[in-house]
Design a protein around this ligand. Structure first.
Ligand code: ATP
Ligand code: ZN
Length: 831
């Protein structure tokens, strides 16, 4: 907060600011006297950083102490009279930085929408003092002549003029010859949305005046028509005060009004044009008081959640698929909003673009804001400001919405709390939104509701330990029953040669009878593309990414081989690059191939596909879901995207094409993930009157996880998984810090990782330090990756002290000349 200045008003004011860059400390700047009264914590300032960068920073402290070690520069500009970042946010940013071992500037960078960070761009200008034209080459001369005709040019514009990609050298030379000047121009990123409107000048507002005006235009039919058209929108004869708001220009145009008559009437001083700033979000006709009738079981669950909140900050709500968790959330949200507090509802990325938002909008209308990565920066800025000024008391958003400027939260709901997409992988901060939400709630004395049909092992553990309240809902809403789940032994079918394109007869029969009954089917395969790889049948060549240690995935539609790690693409090959054979085949199965095979087997069926490849465009996902909802599509093939909280009426069959990859994945969380994913996908079946069936194709029907899945036994799964976790010291018994050491030189990366692991084990003990080992994908974008894992027992280790020690050891490593090029990445609570 701003400190009292008392009678020392003459003293120079300094501010310590957070800069959106990875540096460990705050920087001090000096405030020009004319601004010193206005600087406040949480306001943005524009400052120069380094020699040529201009950045937006946030004021964290206002004081009178000049920095001891350097001469403070002046702030260049103060952007806000009213702070855009709250004290609670600044606190959260530094908590996140500390906990996830990154810099506060990196948190700020992720938290603030780009539209709130003005940036600078370099431009060049002719130097008016230049008088050595003999120094210039003829090319430079021509360019300078062109520059003289322009005010200034951006680097891009220079590139376009010179038809060169890299103009740095050209510019550097010209600067050295003092022929041009480089300067920074600030670009404001946020642009308000402007609506152009037309209205009558005030003198015509009265009914007498209007009538006279119409009469006076007797001879100019077009102009008279325009006035009459205007009056049809705004009957100022009856309501003169309506004139003030005017009519949208586009509305008049739609009615056939020409620009020329508009211009004439403007020139004559009869009409005027005004611009108003409007919201980017449509006013939707919500009915804020829509009453939900909860079923008895739902009402009981809702009451029980409220009761548990009396004692516990966090409640875990374990409600099976289709139990109607959303309706219960709505009930709770209404109660909290009515008490005057803010509510944040977190959803995983995919779930958010879809049905649930529509359902919430219907209840909460335009008082609810949505915060999403497919929104433009401008839209994000409007949500940010709307939360600040109280327009939005309720926000539904993805993980980054925990950074919005709330100051009075009453409830945070984390739906599908088990979802790993709540954890950010790259770049830093590598935070887990669920865990940050709990910290935020503690800070603001709010409650947290974690909801899932398949809770994370961590959360269920906390609930069992009585740290969180636990509420369970074990019946589906209405008359719906949980689906019947059966395993199909594909090994047996393969031996008996009854598989058709790797589909079992049983699954095909069920799909076929579903088609006859006009019921819908979902087929799940957790692999996109056509086939995992291309393989030469003669010499065994396999298509690999040049830069990453992975096979390239074959995509048939685009006829490309694509690396799913770095995005590298190349066109497919008909012949083997090694031996020249034409016997090159695709091996393995992705969603694109399944769609293709099903087309062949069921030519009459309408089939659609939902994966990363088909949903890139802005509305693609909605369209796929819409077509499936409306019943136009018979079979939907998809990756894990189809498991995310979708609610369809007529799905009576879910087929899981191959469960084996999921259950045999080499990762301590593989079992948990597989159980969650298969249960969630299965949960899309039979959500209404029609009972659902789930068929799972597998080579390991005896597998522990699958046995729990078919019995719908979450608690059994949890208990068995917990034994495994305890045996191997994995979370929830430990915290895991994953350290990745990267370098283009494999040996160097390995040596560096070894050195770090050695240093860490001296203090922590060998048994707490695992590795270094090659990462699962050992090379990405030409860098070799080695991982060191710290397993820190929660009850024995001082995590804070360990982190400090780790920081120190990393600094030791990277300041060693030998390892100068090595990059170290720390991921706290890696998942
Ligand atoms: N009280 C209610 N009144 C009317 N319809 C309801 C009610 N409760 C639930 N439903 C309907 O039942 C269906 C399932 O509810 P919902 O999608 O909220 O389940 P869920 O618990 O979120 O399941 P999942 O975890 O599988 O996503 C929805 O279509 C929902 O509209
Ligand atoms: Zn690659």
């Amino acid at each position: 907060m701003r400190q009292e200045l008392g009678d020392s008003m003459e003293q120079t004011v300094f501010v310590d600011v957070v800069l959106p860059v990875p540096i460990p400390q705050l920087f001090t700047y000096r405030v020009p006297r004319e601004l010193s009264e206005y600087v406040q914590v949480g306001s943005r300032v524009v400052v120069e950083f380094g020699k040529s960068r201009v950045l937006t920073a946030i004021i964290a402290v206002v004081h009178h102490n000049p920095p001891p070690k350097y001469q403070a520069k002046y702030i260049l500009e103060l952007l806000d009279q009213i702070p855009v970042v709250t004290p609670s946010q600044l606190w959260l940013f530094s908590w996140v930085a500390e906990y996830y071992m990154c810099h506060i500037g990196e948190v700020m960078n992720i938290a603030l929408p780009a539209g709130l960070k003005i940036s600078s761009q370099s431009k060049i200008q002719y130097n008016p003092d230049f008088n050595n034209p003999e120094l210039l080459s003829s090319e430079e001369n021509t360019f300078l002549e062109f520059l003289l005709t322009q005010d200034s040019l951006t680097y891009d514009e220079v590139g376009r003029y010179l038809e060169k990609k890299d103009v740095n050298k050209v510019i550097k030379d010209l600067v050295a010859k003092h022929a041009i000047i480089v300067f920074e121009e600030l670009k404001y990123k946020y642009k308000p949305k402007i609506l152009k409107k037309i209205r009558l000048k005030r003198v015509y507002e009265g009914s007498e005046e209007v009538l006279q005006l119409i009469d006076s235009l007797e001879k100019s039919t077009k102009q008279q028509e325009l006035i009459l058209e205007y009056l049809s929108h705004i009957p100022i004869q009856d309501l003169p005060e309506k004139n003030k708001a005017g009519v949208e220009k586009t509305k008049l145009r739609e009615a056939g009004v020409s620009d020329s008559s508009l211009k004439t009437l403007k020139d004559k001083g009869i009409l005027e044009e005004i611009e108003v700033v409007i919201s980017r979000f449509e006013e939707s006709a919500g009915n804020p008081n829509k009453v939900i009738e909860l079923s008895d079981a739902q009402r009981e669950a809702s009451n029980s959640i409220m009761e548990k909140f009396q004692e516990k900050q966090v409640v875990l709500f374990h409600g099976i698929t289709g139990s109607g968790k959303t309706e219960i959330y709505i009930d709770l949200i209404q109660q909290v909003l009515a008490s005057g507090s803010q509510v944040l509802f977190l959803l995983p990325e995919i779930a958010l673009t879809t049905q649930i938002v529509t359902r919430l909008k219907r209840v909460f209308g335009s008082s609810m804001a949505v915060y999403h990565s497919k929104f433009s920066d401008n839209e994000r800025v409007e949500v940010w400001r709307g939360v600040l000024d109280g327009t939005y008391q309720f926000v539904v958003g993805v993980r980054s919405s925990i950074f919005l400027p709330f100051d009075n939260l009453g409830l945070i709901i984390v739906d599908e709390e088990h979802e790993s997409s709540y954890k950010q992988f790259d770049p830093a901060p590598r935070y887990h939104a669920r865990d940050v939400a709990i910290m935020l709630a503690i800070k603001q004395h709010a409650k947290v509701l974690l909801g899932s049909a398949t809770p994370s092992i961590e959360s269920f553990f906390q609930a069992k330990a009585n740290k969180y309240g636990l509420v369970s809902l074990n019946v589906r809403f209405g008359n719906a029953q949980l689906p019947e789940i059966r395993l199909i032994d594909v090994k047996k079918d393969r031996k008996e040669k009854t598989l058709v394109k790797d589909f079992s007869q049983l699954l095909l029969n069920e799909i076929s009878s579903n088609l006859q009954n006009k019921e819908q089917t979902i087929i799940f395969q957790n692999r996109r593309g056509y086939a995992p790889y291309l393989n030469c049948q003669e010499c065994n060549w396999i298509g690999q990414c040049d830069q990453c240690a992975v096979t390239l995935t074959y995509h048939m539609q685009s006829q490309q081989l694509i690396c799913h790690y770095c995005g590298h693409r190349e066109s497919t090959r008909k012949t083997c690059p090694d031996c020249g054979s034409t016997n090159v085949k695709s091996v393995g199965v992705g969603t694109e191939k399944i769609e293709d095979d099903l087309h062949e087997i069921f030519p009459e069926a309408v089939i659609s596909r939902m994966d990363l490849d088909t949903t890139r465009a802005k509305n693609a996902l909605q369209n796929i879901i819409g077509d499936f909802e409306s019943g136009e599509v018979d079979i939907l093939v998809g990756t894990q995207m189809i498991s995310k909280g979708l609610d369809f009426d007529r799905v009576s069959l879910v087929g899981i094409y191959n469960a084996d990859k999921m259950i045999h994945f080499p990762d301590f969380r593989a079992a948990e993930r597989a159980f969650q994913l298969i249960t969630q996908v299965s949960g899309r079946a039979g959500r209404r009157e029609i009972p659902g069936k789930v068929l799972i194709q597998t080579g390991s029907p005896q597998n522990r996880i699958l046995q729990f899945v078919i019995n719908n036994d979450y608690v059994g799964f949890y208990e068995s998984e917990l034994i495994e976790r305890e045996g191997y010291s994995y979370p929830p018994f430990t915290r895991i810090i994953e350290i990745t050491v990267k370098d283009v030189d494999q040996t160097l990366a390995h040596q560096a990782a070894n050195k770090l692991a050695e240093a860490l084990s001296i203090r922590l003990g060998r048994e707490r330090v695992k590795g270094p080992e090659k990462a699962l994908v050992e090379r990405i974008r030409n860098k070799f990756l080695f991982e060191v894992w710290l397993k820190l027992e929660k009850d024995k280790m001082n995590i804070q002290a360990t982190k400090e020690y780790l920081k120190k050891e990393i600094v030791n490593l990277v300041t060693d000349k030998k390892f100068k090029s090595v990059q170290v990445i720390v991921n706290v609570d890696a998942v």
